[in-house]
Design a protein around this ligand. Sequence first.
Ligand code: FMN
Length: 354
Amino acid sequence: MRILTVRGNPRKTGVSQRLGDIFVNGAKEGGAEVWDVDLSGLEISPCMGCFSCSAGENGACILRDDMDDVRKKFSLADAIVCISPVYFYSMSAQMKCFWDRCFPFIRGYDFDSQKKCVVNETNFDVKRKKFVTISVASGRLKGSFEAMSHTYEVIAGAMGFEYVADIRRGESPYFGILGERAVRIRKILEAYKEAGKQLASTGRIAAETVATAELQLTESDEAFAANSKIFWQLHRNKKITQEVSDCVRYDPRILLNEMCRNFIPQRAPERASIKFVFTDKNISRTIVIDHGKCEVQDCGCGADLTIITDSKNWCDMMAERKDILKMISQKRIILEGNKRLFAGMKKFFGMGGL
Ligand SMILES: Cc1cc2nc3c(=O)[nH]c(=O)nc-3n(C[C@H](O)[C@H](O)[C@H](O)COP(=O)(O)O)c2cc1C
């Protein structure tokens, strides 16, 4: 099977890229020949609406750019996979521009006597193409994907595609927060690989695989909204307000990730590991510093310093609301290991009351 993957994400470090890469690997493992097209790396001008492509028998697009080659691949592909972030409840500008430039494929209208509806007459080399869409949004709003899915559905119907799967991945920031070792994230990522493999080897994607790819990452809308406040406030001013710290009780891992984000390597030791045990959440995570890099890991191994506390105490401390020494003497924060490392943390994480 020849699969054309069309990537509409401009950001190369984001979730669409990650999921797209995994899907492509799966498709290759499943035996497909994959033509992987990154729209934002190509020169593709917006359609001018001149209708030259539909004029006469041999009408063609007047624009000469990378879309010429993409259209050839599109025409020959057995399956088209569109991967795009959700931007303002729809596809990215790159993806929209791509679809507009597919207009030369349309040669008029036809009546589909089986489906009893009007469809587009098309001039593809391979007619009955399979169609898969993967859309990535940060939100968990009810309507996040509605407009986009509807557009894809209409495109699929009009172009005579077989719509194999519409995979909708919300809550994208959680991929960064929870890290790839988190069980649920691993399961989700594996589902994208599996989806690629299944498409390549069977032309289908099982409903179960789609459901796993779409698994929710927060337990409720309320928890999602609360956690989102933390991202936005920390991103904006790096301050931990009362409101934010109240929210952290849902998920203290967010705070650890933000600490890594603010990490100042020049002020940190070359190597160090700091383990956090949040007693109220039954969560432990280790911040590992290694030659200027800092990441949160979920290894259960020993660390140079272990901080045992509950998430509320930790937030109070970060928000500079409580006397840290008093909290330590009251055993509300228990330190095991290198206490000097604890004293230096404010310096190299550059935030909070550490
Ligand atoms: C211009 C713009 C518009 C966005 N609009 C929405 C939106 O309507 N709904 C939503 O849930 N997320 C929206 N987002 C968030 C992105 O969908 C989210 O960050 C996603 O992970 C981006 O994909 P990426 O990680 O591959 O870069 C928007 C982001 C940008 C930059």
